[in-house]
Design a binder for this molecule. Structure first.
Ligand code: NAP
Length: 257
């Protein structure tokens, strides 16, 4: 019998699917189940629906079967902006959200539904992936589709911290689809890495590295009850020491929003 049972939501998302794949490789330590919205997408990404449940985080009752018996929950659901139509030359693209998919519904109510269900079922650790920028109400991401996405994400983070469940809140910088385990990761808090980035460092991080931070947050006790921002030094940076000691990385982080 494998160890800790983990449910990953947003399992068909770009970072969520990486977390599922990494946890599946660690089958002696973890039993992993995923929650997705579409069986077709699950099959496309994973070849079969084995180990997956379908549900919608906007409807709390659809979460119960998937969450039951799990020790930990990884929340990788997020509202996904969609371009309205290709922009005219020289115009900026306009974005919207699908019906039922506004950030208030997904990043606030949807995350709250998951936290409440986890609490009811005795799940004892929640790892929530969010975004840097939430301390600035005028952040451009809040303007996308008039969604105020970072404001709703931060409200859910606050709710999680006050839930009484052990938490790890990982607020990523801009996500890159580039290889992981090739960079030094840098942690911070309260968007100071955005307002005052270290010399020569873009405020971004590969999704692979975020997934690795998630997996290690499920392993290392020093990740418990911490909330932090995370970015990476560029690949091939001469001063970089590729991050391998995640316990030490989490020791640099602090509790509270
Ligand atoms: N993009 C960036 O540069 C950036 C920067 C910093 C932080 N972040 C944050 O990092 C996290 C991961 O980002 P990502 O780009 O990897 O995610 P993503 O690919 O956009 O995945 C989002 C997931 O949420 C799921 N979802 C949305 N509404 C749902 C609902 N009502 N019920 C169930 N599932 C629902 C989607 O399902 P489907 O697969 O069915 O669509 C998808 O799997 C997000 O919180 C994001 O905001 C992003």
């Amino acid at each position: 019998m494998s160890g800790k049972k983990v449910i990953v939501t947003g399992a068909t998302g770009r970072t969520g699917s990486l977390v599922v794949k990494k946890l599946r490789q660690l089958f002696e330590q973890f039993e992993v189940v995923g929650l997705g919205r579409s069986e077709d997408k699950i099959k496309q990404l994973f070849g079969s629906t084995e180990g997956f449940f379908t549900g919608n985080i906007n409807e709390k009752s659809t979460l119960e079967t998937a969450f039951k018996g799990c020790d930990s929950l990884v929340i990788l659901t997020s509202a996904v902006p969609q371009m309205k139509s290709p922009p005219q030359e020289g115009q900026r693209p306009e974005f919207t959200f699908e019906p039922g998919g506004m950030p208030e519904e997904v990043d606030w109510i949807g995350q709250k539904n998951q936290i409440d269900m986890a609490k009811e079922l005795g799940i004892n650790h929640i790892v929530l992936v969010g975004s840097m920028g939430g301390t600035n109400p005028s952040h451009p991401l809040n303007k996308i589709g008039n969604g105020n996405i970072l404001i709703w994400k931060r409200k859910a983070e606050d709710y999680l911290i006050n839930s009484g469940i052990d938490y790890t809140i990982i607020r990523a910088g801009g996500l890159l689809d580039e290889p992981g385990a090739k960079r030094e990761l840098i942690v911070g808090k309260n968007d100071t890495l955005l307002s005052n980035p270290p010399n020569g460092v873009a405020t971004s991080i590969p999704r692979e590295d975020v997934a690795e931070v998630v997996v290690n947050a499920l392993i290392e006790t020093s990740a418990k009850n911490k909330a932090f921002d995370v970015i990476s030094k560029p690949e091939n940076d001469d001063s970089a020491v590729i991050t391998q000691d995640f316990a030490a990385l989490f020791e640099q982080t602090t509790p509270g929003l």
